[in-house]
Ligand binder design. Structure first.
Ligand code: ASP
Length: 919
């Protein structure tokens, strides 16, 4: 029994007593460049906890020293004094990084004393090291920053850095230029300069990009952002990424901005565990919790404070753990004598390998050189610091994004609601038109000045999302194209790029060129390019188209020749003996011969020939027959040519050229065609690979005068005013639909040449794009988009709508008939003249009858007229009925004359020489 007790006492005195009852002393030297109260809190708390609560084997104390940030000599003296104190120090913790940090580190290295830091420094790669840095390893941290930029999907941005260290932090981000090669991305790097006024530099980069990475001291962030705000660089579309790990401590509300500011942090001040620790720190310093929370809200805790807490607790834990098994005794170290720490090397290696537990900055692991290679970077929106957007883990290099679509959507809507959205547009019916005052004296201002489809559409979207907007007209009135000479975008797209507007709306086509520099909402209208042309102009129909086969000259020559030939025939037939004939065939030896070819008969024969009707009498003389044959030959050729030409003219040549589509248009040059300049229609033809469109584009460039128009209305007017439909305008189908609804003389020709859509444009990567898309989708599904189109295309029209049921295609055969209207006219006029002649002849006959029958003129007229009107009588007496009953001697004479007249008026009379017979 005694032996057992003795053995226990011996063991206690040898192994347990030194570590249990005699607590070892460990002093940790803490170096500050500037002593502030915040980092002292965790030190005090951790010390209190270790020494009083945990009652560990080791009793810890701290030796806090303030060292110069610039004076190396002073620093080395202070550190050496610290190391040379009577009981020595177990380790040195350097809180703030400065120019003198390397001196501190080197003294510790030479003394084999652990040196613990928590500020950014270049990666350590010395084989033998005595330092542990709780700040993330420089290269990994740079990589983390690059991953954040990638996660934010920034392609083009400006890097503003303050110090050379900042530029080193940017080294991985700079590689993104390579990563996106081939795409339109550019990185502009600028040093901030001395400050405090950075306006010149900000102005310089204003137009380069609205994505800015700012690497500067935390205290400079707000002044720089305020200056950016003065320069209108803190608007809805501006994006900032602040690389400072203390950026979360700033109050961004004073900026009153809708700009997107992204920050990063190593710990989450909103975590319950963190807040519990923070409470402990404060309680150990001040027992009144309410007061504490006012003094140190979680989001104001600096990264340095948190890292100091992690480092301090870790070194204490290491010493404690080592003390349980071996000595942790510290010895004074002399810098001059180059003495070394007894246990420092073991402690350093133990601390480097041991994984710190319960840290506030997450997982900590060191590489063989003491660099921290395990850490997590949280990405935080300055506007919503409570929930991180995502985080990057260094140990598996993975990016986890927490913020879902919904949160991003809500944030963008909230931002949109805070501002007055500027909507850029251009005048053009029915999208945007000036509104007239509804009563006399009404002064229209702001949005009330305009009306139209665009205005209604944006009003509905604004109502759904809940924002206010203001319409502004783009200065040059263009849609938006890249101006090669000015090297900038024009029109609405230019406004977006110059940040003059948040949205651009009108009949703005979504094209790939525009899409490269701006974002578009989902389409609200679908359309295609088509041809606007004039319908057949009835007033232009040529009634005398039957004259067209021959030119005026040919007609005049033919008519002259007809007269000349008739005269020539007259003389030839008088000369040729063959045409002098016996007037009484029964009489063999007549005293006289007669020639029937007087000028009247010659004219009749030549006319009958050229009209291809022939004639009852024909010449018999050789020369006269020869003459007539030649005339017949001439007539044959002339009438055949005329008939052939007339057919061709009536069906084609004299009609409006048939344009039934782009193909037909491209193959002819008679009808000129043009389009709106500087629009997507122009781009379509300029960039097309199809031969038809290429040919059309070449033709359009060559047409004189220019066929390009400044706006669609000018194009429409040109189509309307160009005679004979000799101008067609290539325009978007929605516009054509609008124009032809009231301009009944115009029509759309052919189908669409392409298919495209209109969308609302906005700056690239606009956060509110999804909100706008959602609103458009809602309007589409509820049928309001369709209603809007009906309203502005059909209902809200000042002019009367055309009758769409009317047959508007009157090309073809009917056209030819209209063209031969002149023939009917000639027939009508000819017959009318013949009728007038008949009346004159009739009246003349009445006169003769009245003279010969001794009747009054009216009596004779009455009798003759009655007779003429009685269609049942087909035979005519040689004297009127009234005169038959009177029976005078004179009447017998008249009877004879009447008989003679009746003979003379018989068929043969027309071609017999009456004078000869009378005599
Ligand atoms: N809507 C077209 C544009 O956005 C204009 C046109 O070419 O007709 O450019």
């Amino acid at each position: 029994m005694l032996t057992r007790e003795w053995l226990f006492l011996s063991l206690f005195s040898v192994f347990i007593a030194p570590h249990c009852c005699f607590r070892a002393e460990a002093t940790i030297g803490i170096l500050f460049n500037e002593i502030t109260w915040q980092p002292l809190l965790p030190l005090r708390n951790a010390l209190k906890k270790q020494n009083m609560v945990d009652q560990a084997f080791v009793r810890f104390s701290t030796e806090i020293q303030q060292v110069s940030a610039t004076d190396s000599f002073n620093v080395s003296k202070t550190v050496c004094d610290l190391l040379g104190r009577k009981n020595g120090v177990a380790a040195i913790i350097s809180v703030q990084g400065s120019e003198t940090s390397p001196i501190q580190e080197s003294i510790c290295f030479n003394s084999e004393l652990p040196f613990i830091s928590m500020s950014w420094g270049p990666t350590q790669e010395n084989n033998i090291s005595m330092s542990l840095n709780f700040y993330p390893e420089a290269r990994l941290f740079a990589k983390g920053l690059m991953e954040v930029v990638k996660a934010l999907r920034w392609n083009s941005f400006v890097i503003l850095y303050e110090t050379e260290e900042g530029l080193i932090r940017m080294q991985e981000i700079l590689k993104l230029q390579e990563f996106h090669r081939g795409k339109r991305n550019s990185i502009l790097v600028k040093q901030l300069g001395p400050g405090p006024d950075y306006r010149m530099l900000l102005k310089e980069i204003r137009n380069a990009s609205e994505y800015i990475i700012l690497d500067c001291e935390t205290e400079n962030i707000i002044p720089i952002l305020l200056q950016a705000k003065d320069l209108r660089m803190l608007e809805l579309h501006n994006n900032y990424f602040l690389t400072s790990l203390d950026a979360h401590t700033l109050d961004y509300s004073i900026l009153k901005t809708t700009a997107n500011i992204t920050t990063i942090r190593l710990f989450d001040p909103n975590r319950q565990e963190f807040q519990n620790v923070l409470n402990r720190w404060l309680l150990s310093d001040n027992e009144n919790e309410d007061e504490i929370m006012k003094v140190l809200p979680p989001h104001t805790v600096l990264t340095e404070t948190v890292l100091l807490y992690d480092a301090f607790t870790h070194i204490m834990e290491c010493i404690k753990s080592l003390a349980a098994t071996s000595s942790v005794e510290t010895n004074p170290i002399s810098c001059e004598e180059k003495s070394k720490s007894k246990n420092g090397f073991a402690l350093y290696n133990f601390c480097r390998v041991k994984k710190p537990e319960k840290t506030l900055t997450g997982a900590v692991k060191f590489d063989e050189f003491g660099n921290r290679i395990h850490f997590k970077i949280d990405i935080v929106d300055a506007d919503m610091p409570t929930t991180a957007l995502g985080s990057w883990h260094s140990h598996n290099e993975s990016m986890v994004l927490y913020r879902g679509e919904n949160e991003t959507f809500d944030a963008s809507v909230a931002n949109l609601q805070k501002i007055k959205v500027i909507v850029s547009s251009r005048m053009g019916p029915p999208y945007l038109m000036p509104r007239s005052a509804s009563y006399e004296g009404e002064v229209l201002t702001g949005n009330a000045r305009y009306k139209g489809y665009s205005m209604d559409l944006i009003s509905k979207i604004a109502e759904i999302i809940g924002f206010q907007f203001e319409f502004r007209l783009t200065e040059d009135g263009k849609y938006g194209n890249w101006d090669v000479n000015k090297k900038k975008w024009t029109g609405l797209i230019g406004d977006l790029l110059e940040r003059k507007a948040h949205l651009a709306i009108c009949d703005l086509t979504i094209t790939h060129e525009r899409r490269e520099v701006a974002d578009f909402s989902m389409p609200f209208m679908t359309l295609g390019i088509s041809i606007l042309h004039k319908k057949q102009d009835k007033k232009d129909i040529n009634m005398f188209a039957f004259l067209d086969p021959f030119s005026v000259g040919v007609w005049i020559y033919t008519a002259t020749l007809y007269l000349i030939m008739s005269i020539v025939l007259y003389f030839i037939s008088r000369m040729t003996p063959g045409d002098w004939e016996n007037p009484h065939p029964c009489e063999e030896n007549p005293e006289e011969l007669e020639n029937i070819w007087d000028i009247k008969n010659c004219l009749w024969l030549t006319l009958g020939s050229i009209m291809t009707q022939g004639c009852d009498i024909l010449p018999k003389g050789i020369s006269s027959r020869m003459t007539v044959s030649m005339w017949w030959f001439f007539s044959l050729i002339m009438t055949s040519s005329y008939t052939a030409n007339l057919a061709a003219f009536l069906t084609k040549a004299n009609m409006e050229p048939t344009i039934d589509g782009a193909e037909a248009l491209s193959k002819q040059t008679r009808v000129k065609y043009g389009l709106l300049e500087s629009g997507s229609t122009e781009s379509f033809f300029r960039n097309s690979n199809f031969s038809t469109y290429q040919r059309m584009w070449l033709n359009m460039q060559q047409f004189k005068p220019s066929v390009f128009e400044k706006n669609n209305s000018d194009g429409v007017n040109r189509v309307k005013t160009t005679r004979n439909g000799l101008y067609a305008f290539l325009m978007e189908s929605t516009q054509i639909e609008y124009v032809v609804a009231t301009n009944c003389e115009l029509k759309q020709v052919g189908s669409w040449l392409d298919t495209k859509s209109y969308g609302i444009a906005m700056p690239m990567n606009s956060p509110y794009r999804s909100a706008i898309n959602k609103a458009i989708l809602k309007l589409q599904e509820s049928g309001e988009l369709g209603e809007l189109k009906k309203k502005w295309w059909l209902k809200e029209r000042d002019e009367e709508l055309c009758d769409s049921t009317a047959d508007d295609d009157d090309d073809g055969a009917e056209l030819a008939l209209a063209n031969v209207g002149g023939v009917f006219l000639v027939l009508g006029i000819g017959v009318a003249i013949a009728f007038v002649l008949a009346i004159l002849e009739f009246l003349w006959n009445v006169r003769n009858v009245s003279v010969e029958e001794h009747m009054s003129y009216w009596e004779a007229l009455k009798v003759e007229f009655k007779f003429a009107c009685n269609i049942w009588i087909t035979k005519k007496k040689t004297k009127p009925a009234s005169s038959v009953s009177s029976g005078s001697s004179k009447s017998n004479k008249t009877d004879n004359k009447s008989i003679m007249h009746s003979i003379l008026h018989s068929a043969a009379g027309s071609f017999m020489n009456l004078n000869n017979i009378k005599t």
